[in-house]
Design a protein. Structure first.
Lengths: 112, 493, 488
């Protein structure tokens, strides 16, 4: 059963005709914190555009009355007891850290 | 020595019990086989000392009559499974040097049952790919080669993403191999390499400790020489895990018993929509042959319809990258793996991930980030999840009429490594396998014949959720009828 | 409940109305974290309370803590809010050093608790209802330290994954005072419920303030968000500073930038957060490692049936049952432990006198000694007994203070102290008469002056008699007899 707000949206769930402009890759790459070499950007842009226009075929389906799949198994979320079962092992937690000091992870300084 | 490699896991286990050989001998034979077939690049890490120690311990247990279900059986582990104390990379530069302090639940089941770890197997980077060409550690070569035709003399792909696993199995450089399947990554390489590959019901195997690609689709499963080994290994791998909220708590049917139950009276559906335009006639013929085999064994085959089949691949290529883009956000150079320094935190992130991820992974992260982003989420992600429900409903409806479905596993046999293919064409390799992942239902690929080039072809059975027994029953029948006893030219001996 | 008129702020060019909404983050009191089995306790060494899940190691998966869910439901019920039997956990995706997963597991479209409201009381005695929009569960982030090194930041993940309840108010508040009262009330409620310890210094409870201003009657202005305020005083200061800043900008003809700001408690001003150049696109989607959370209605009912008495109900009962003044009732009902102490002390005693002794003498003394009520050397039954000795005339109020001082020193029983020190009040009229006679005799001139009309000297005589009796004469008896004798 769809929530009222979702019902409003589902009638309009049409994938927009693809317009990937030259700002899209830099913007998405920034969101994903991925450095993309400048010379790769236009090729990637084309690849993204072709994949996205390929998935647009989903628009052929009328899904207005269909509830999105939330879980494929259908079982309920299991809950666990409120007990401390792990921890007290900073060595294990930090064992793979590229940089650490006195049990802290170390990263370039962030200025807020 | 050479006889040892020809034993299936079930046969080897029996031989160990009868003291016809020792676990140490078996492991030594496989370690040698790894060396002999190293050119295929299936292994990214060989844990020889560990294997030898584990085999010794197996021998001790066997001597006391305390051997487990997989005691002494040499296993190669896809590098997506975290193995305690052994480097785990997901075939990616970004995880180079990562040594987990924990073991995945599935592999811990294997070790608890006495299996021996030979090493870690190559795969597509973060399990993203269908040809094992996206690995940061080089492509894997299929031990099968064409015996005639255009593909003769060319190195072929073993399929992906569990390419290293399937190749090592075909090369007889391991006896059992757990793989992972998100869109076909067990079944497709199994088909390309002449192996049995099973993707169980979603939630059967715990995902805890498996590097996550697409959480709602990933499932671990066996890649084996035959259906009996598959039943044996599947039983060991499966099980409810409280450490995985999506893990199901349902008893596994007796798969070993299912091997000999036959399929008399079973109804098998042949889905209309799996016939593609311009489909390879050899695949069509094999499919027909499979249908005849099943009918000969007493099943009735009927045409059925899964009307939304053609939308499965595009829906998959929205949902899987979306989940992956989020699952891979943790690879940031802070707590593990490789780091590339930056003047600021954000620069460090961008450089680390830019350098550490390969092109295919970056592409999928970008798609995934895009389809989840503001303004697009409803149109893409919600839409795909709605289509997913339609696909699941197609199966539920069809399974009211039939007990299982028979389809080809792949649209082609193995193709050459390095073949130029755009992204979407590469995606089409998974056209028959993806629907079962979207619906969370089990499916198996069984080697059923050779193409005219002499390359393996597989047939796929799909069953309702929790009915792995149905798959084993049908697969056993196909296996017997097909009599596929071919061994890859690149196999060790 | 009368809705009082919005207090307006006078700008240079006219009055402004202030609109405030608060998002309060309250750490759930629990043993373990929301999705992992590591300890949620405060104060451990760096990265000691961290599980593989909290560190976002490859392949690690969340499993939800039932008790944290229960605490959220309990809190929702304490806010008179709707409990949603089905709710969904979503991933909020962004990158930051203290966010190991690269996403926070939170709830976006379907939170566990819906609309509710709480009542706040202001210093002028008026009450207002403040609406609650929703409450949802989410993971807390780790801690980054940026000031330990010139070019590096240090990350501690102990707090990463601790259960937080985010309580979002409706934009119903109209002044810093209301906001402060709201947070105080919210804090009291969660402390009463035992769902959060409300320790703002340790960060168990913190608030983000959304502030905007507008001319009365006009549409809402652009709001700013000031994050991570961890004291009620700072909340009020930040709001006032932000209001002043916004009014000044608008009166100068400028516009307000919608942004996130930080409060600098040394300057008392808010400032822009540097890192927010691009608006966050959190790409919320349901967490595929989890399933929808489904609550059993009977379970929710059981929690409702076992809720402890909440501050408002307690306050009303104190007014009714003990006849306390509104001020005392409010003070005592702020904290469950204080109320429990009071009710034990007041049992069988004069309720108002006990309240006075508690709020003035006891609190004053504990404050000076730097002690919490829990560590008070004077136990509630002892305080009650002390008051009882005043009301039954054994000692005077004046002497009681001396007794109390000794009780504070070593937790002694009041009767014991009275006995040992011979503090018993003298009410024997004969003895007192004798003392009065002696004083009058020694001060015959003053007697004459008094009788001559200097009424003020009465106090002098009282003082002298009390001195002669070393403070133990019953003042009431002294007054009565003295008047007789002086007037007589």
């Amino acid at each position: 059963m769809l929530l009222p707000l979702q019902q409003l949206f589902v009638t309009r769930l049409v994938i927009r005709l693809m317009t990937i402009d030259k700002n899209t890759i830099p913007r998405i790459a920034r969101l994903a914190r991925l450095e993309i070499a400048l010379e790769r950007q236009s090729a990637l842009s084309e690849e993204l555009a072709s994949i996205l226009s390929w998935v647009e075929q989903l628009n052929a389906l009328d899904t207005a009355e269909v509830e999105p799949l939330a879980s494929v198994t259908g079982h309920d979320l299991p809950l666990r007891e409120d007990k401390v079962t792990t921890g007290n092992d900073p060595d294990a937690v930090l064992s793979n850290a590229p940089e650490k000091t006195s049990n802290f992870f170390v990263v370039p300084k962030v200025v807020e | 020595m050479s006889d040892l490699l020809s034993l299936t896991a079930v046969a080897a286990r029996s031989a160990l019990d009868k003291k016809e050989c020792s676990a140490s001998e078996l492991t030594a034979a496989y370690l040698k086989a790894i060396e002999d077939t190293a050119d295929n690049n299936a292994y990214v890490a060989i844990t020889a000392d560990k294997a030898t120690d584990m085999a010794k311990a197996s021998d001790a247990r066997l001597a006391k009559g305390e051997g487990g279900a997989l005691e002494g059986i040499p296993v190669g582990v896809k590098d997506m499974f975290c193995t305690k104390g052994v480097e785990t990379t997901a075939s990616s530069q970004i995880l180079k040097g990562f040594v987990p302090t924990y073991e995945s639940t599935v592999t811990s089941h294997l070790w608890a049952d006495g299996a021996v770890m030979l090493g870690k197997l190559n795969c597509d980077e973060f399990a993203m790919g269908s040809a094992n060409e996206t690995s940061a550690f080089g492509p894997v070569t299929n031990p099968w080669t064409a015996t005639n035709g255009d593909l003769m003399g060319k190195a072929l792909t073993p399929g992906g993403s569990s390419g290293g696993s399937a190749a090592a199995m075909a090369a007889r450089s391991c006896l059992l191999a757990p793989g992972t399947d998100t869109g076909g990554s067990i079944r497709q390489p199994a088909a390309f390499c002449g192996m049995v590959g099973l993707k169980p019901t979603y939630g059967r195997c715990s995902r805890r400790g498996i590097v996550a690609f697409a959480s709602s689709l990933d499932q671990a499963g066996p890649i084996t020489r035959d259906v009996a080994d598959c039943a044996l290994m599947m039983t060991s791998m499966a099980g409810h895990d409280e450490g995985d909220s999506t893990s199901i708590d349902a008893p596994m049917p007796d798969l070993m018993a299912a091997l000999s139950m036959g399929i008399k009276g079973m109804r098998i559906g042949i889905p209309d929509e799996y016939t593609l335009d311009g489909m390879n006639p050899e695949i069509v013929a094999l499919w027909e042959q499979g249908r005849a085999w099943l009918e000969d064994a007493g099943a009735s085959c009927v045409p059925v319809s899964l009307p939304h089949t053609q939308y499965a691949l595009p829906a998959y290529y929205i949902v899987a990258p979306a989940e992956a883009s989020s699952n891979l956000a943790r690879y940031d150079g802070v707590r593990y793996g490789q780091r590339v320094e930056g003047a600021t935190l954000d620069e460090m992130y961008a450089k680390t991930r830019g350098a550490g991820f390969g092109d295919e992974v970056k592409r999928r992260i970008l798609i995934g980030t895009y389809v989840l982003s503001a303004g697009y989420y409803d149109a893409y992600y919600i839409k795909a999840q709605q289509v997913r429900r339609l696909i699941q409903q197609d199966f539920l409806t069809v399974f009211e009429q039939v007990d299982a479905l028979l389809t080809p596993s792949t649209p082609t046999a193995a193709f050459p490594l390095g073949e130029k293919m755009d992204a979407v064409s590469m995606f089409l390799n998974d056209v028959f396998t993806v629907p079962a992942n979207l619906a969370g239902i089990p499916a198996i690929s069984v080697p059923s014949g050779l193409s005219s080039d002499g390359l393996p072809l597989g047939l796929q059975l799909i069953a309702p959720a929790l009915r792995e027994d149905t798959l084993i029953r049908g697969a056993a029948v196909i296996e017997k009828a097909a009599g596929f006893d071919h061994v890859a030219t690149g196999a060790a001996s | 409940m009368t809705k009082n008129v919005s207090p307006l702020v006078e700008g240079r060019t006219g009055p402004w109305e202030v609109i405030i909404g608060l998002e309060v983050h309250a750490q759930v009191s629990s043993e373990a974290k929301l999705f992992s089995g590591a300890s949620a306790a405060f104060g451990a060494g760096p990265n000691e309370h961290v599980s593989l899940v909290d560190a976002a190691m490859p392949g690690m998966l969340p499993v939800i803590n039932r008790f944290c869910v229960e605490q959220a439901v309990r809190t929702g019920l304490g806010l008179n809010a709707q409990i949603n039997l089905v709710s969904v956990f979503d991933r909020k995706n962004y990158f930051y050093a203290d966010l190991p997963q690269g996403y926070q597991i939170s709830q976006f479209k379907q939170p566990i608790v819906g609309e509710g409201s709480i009542t706040i009381t202001l210093s002028d005695g008026t009450s207002r209802d403040i609406g609650i929009e929703r409450l949802h569960l989410e993971q807390d982030a780790g801690k980054s330290m940026h000031d330990q090194h010139p070019s590096k930041s240090f990350i501690d993940l102990n707090r990463s994954g601790v259960a937080l309840m985010e309580i979002v108010s409706k934009p119903d508040m109209r002044s810093a005072e209301e906001a402060a009262a709201y947070v105080s009330k919210l804090r009291a409620i969660v402390r009463f419920l035992g769902t959060c310890d409300g320790n703002m210094e340790q960060g168990s409870l913190r608030a983000d303030c959304n502030v905007s201003v507008r001319r009365p009657g006009e549409p809402l202005g652009t709001r700013t968000e000031t994050k991570n305020l961890n004291s009620i005083r700072f909340i009020a200061q930040a709001i006032n500073s932000e209001v002043a800043r916004q009014i000044e900008i608008l009166e100068d003809g400028g516009t307000i930038v919608q942004e996130t700001r930080l409060f600098d408690n040394t300057t008392g001003q808010t400032r822009t957060m540097r890192s927010k150049e691009d608006a966050h696109d959190y790409r919320y989607f349901p967490d595929p490692d989890l399933l929808p959370l489904k609550l059993d209605a009977a379970w929710v009912d059981h929690i409702r049936d076992t809720l402890p008495e909440l501050p408002d109900a307690l306050r009303a009962r104190l007014l009714d049952q003990y006849g306390l003044s509104p001020y005392d009732a409010s003070l005592i009902s702020e904290d469950r432990a204080v109320a429990a102490y009071y009710e034990t002390a007041a049992a069988g005693q004069d309720a108002k006198i006990v309240a006075n002794w508690m709020t003035v003498e006891l609190f004053g003394a504990l404050n000076k000694m730097g002690l919490d009520l829990a560590d008070s050397p004077v136990k509630p039954d002892q305080l009650g007994k002390l008051v009882g000795r005043i009301t039954d005339g054994t000692i005077s109020g004046r002497i009681a203070k001396d007794v109390f001082a000794l009780m504070l020193e070593n937790g002694a029983d009041p009767d014991q102290v009275i006995d040992e020190k011979g503090f018993k009040q003298v009410s024997d009229t004969g003895a007192i008469e004798a003392m009065i006679d002696a004083v009058m005799a020694e001060n015959a001139d003053k007697v004459a002056e008094y009788r001559g009309g200097k009424d003020k000297l009465f106090g002098f005589f009282v003082g002298q008699v009390m001195k002669a009796s070393q403070g133990q004469a019953n003042p009431g008896v002294v007054n009565g007899l003295l008047k007789q004798k002086l007037d007589g």
